[in-house]
Ligand binder design. Structure first.
Ligand SMILES: NC(=O)c1ccc[n+]([C@@H]2O[C@H](COP(=O)([O-])OP(=O)(O)OC[C@H]3O[C@@H](n4cnc5c(N)ncnc54)[C@H](O)[C@@H]3O)[C@@H](O)[C@H]2O)c1
Length: 287
């Protein structure tokens, strides 16, 4: 996408972190912005900040894991602005447990948000954007974790969702190329960004709560990178904890350049982790 002024951007998880920073970035380009989030408080605060900046925005309370909510989001967008040009499927949540400790409710809730949220966004908005037949763009926010070998503890559900959203983006990219479409797609794969995602289960709805006596080994505070033979100290020598604004700038530039993969952290650590995964796979071809 090259022209942004007066175009309509829909951003999920826009109440906080990377989503809100992207909304601010879109406001800088004089876009009309639809802020979607499950958290009414975050949404009110985001809307207030947008108003202060003089941005043209609406907010829609949305749980991206629910198809009916995402359908309503599309309907409200079209009612307010008559079109949608940029969709950012950004809403996401984290988690840290050993693979075997995730319960059925954990899987359903986290995949509901991080994978089904992206699927609903793509399924519902793509036909609308194709029908418009003008320059449009979809960005699915995945993670570096979608490109590297799953690392524990914590990566199981998140990793499945993030690898899944990369696969969905790649297939959509191929399909759009076959059709020579004016709609483009990117998948953003951030490294560490300083946001609220590390606060845990604050948005888990009642229906997905585990019984209070659910047993699992507490892995909080465990060194995530120990699996790769690295301490947190080593990690921070090679990569950075980026601000949401910086990540949003890189993602926005990626949209402008219509990149398939948008990498926020092009540092030696992330490169090595990606390389290690692909080398291991390629090695098998030589055996
Ligand atoms: N922060 C990082 O280091 C990092 C790294 C890689 C990828 N990501 C990805 O970036 C995206 C944004 O995360 P962030 O780091 O800005 O976190 P964040 O917690 O600051 O923002 C996530 C937003 O999503 C909203 N949300 C949660 N569940 C939702 C639901 N069911 N429906 C709608 N909105 C919902 C939250 O209310 C919040 O406003 C996520 O997809 C995350 O996986 C983050």
């Amino acid at each position: 996408m090259k022209e942004f002024k007066d175009k309509v951007a829909v951003i999920t998880g826009a109440g906080s972190g990377i989503g809100f920073a992207l909304a601010e970035r879109c406001a800088k380009e004089d876009m009309k912005i639809v802020l979607a989030d499950i958290d009414a408080r975050f949404l009110r605060s985001a809307k207030r900040k947008m108003k202060k900046k003089g941005a043209n925005s609406i907010s829609v309370l949305t749980d991206v894991s629910k198809a009916s909510d995402v359908e309503l989001l599309a309907k409200k967008t079209l009612e307010a602005y008559g079109a949608v040009h940029l969709l950012v499927n950004n809403a996401g949540i984290g988690g840290t447990k050993y693979t075997w400790d995730y319960t059925q409710k954990d899987w359903e809730w986290q995949l509901g948000v991080c994978l089904w949220g992206v699927i609903h966004g793509v399924r519902i908005f793509t036909p609308i954007m194709l029908k418009q037949d003008v320059e449009c763009h979809i960005v699915n926010v995945s993670s570096m974790e979608g490109l590297i070998k799953g690392s524990g503890p914590g990566g199981a559900v998140y990793g499945v969702s993030k690898h899944g959203s990369i696969s969905l983006s790649e297939t959509l990219h191929t399909d759009l190329e076959i059709k020579k479409s004016k709609l483009k797609v990117s998948v953003a794969c951030p490294g560490f960004v300083s946001t609220r995602i590390f606060l845990g289960d604050i948005h888990r709805p009642e229906e997905f709560q585990n019984p209070p006596d659910t047993q699992f080994e507490d892995t909080r505070g465990m060194d995530y990178f120990a699996n790769f033979g690295l301490t947190m100290e080593d990690v921070l020598k090679e990569t950075s904890l980026m601000s949401s604004e910086e990540a949003a700038d890189i993602i926005f530039q990626g949209i402008r350049e219509e990149k398939l993969y948008i990498l926020t952290h092009k540092d030696s650590l992330m490169k090595r982790l990606v390389q290690e995964r692909f080398d291991k796979i390629l090695e098998e071809f030589e055996k």
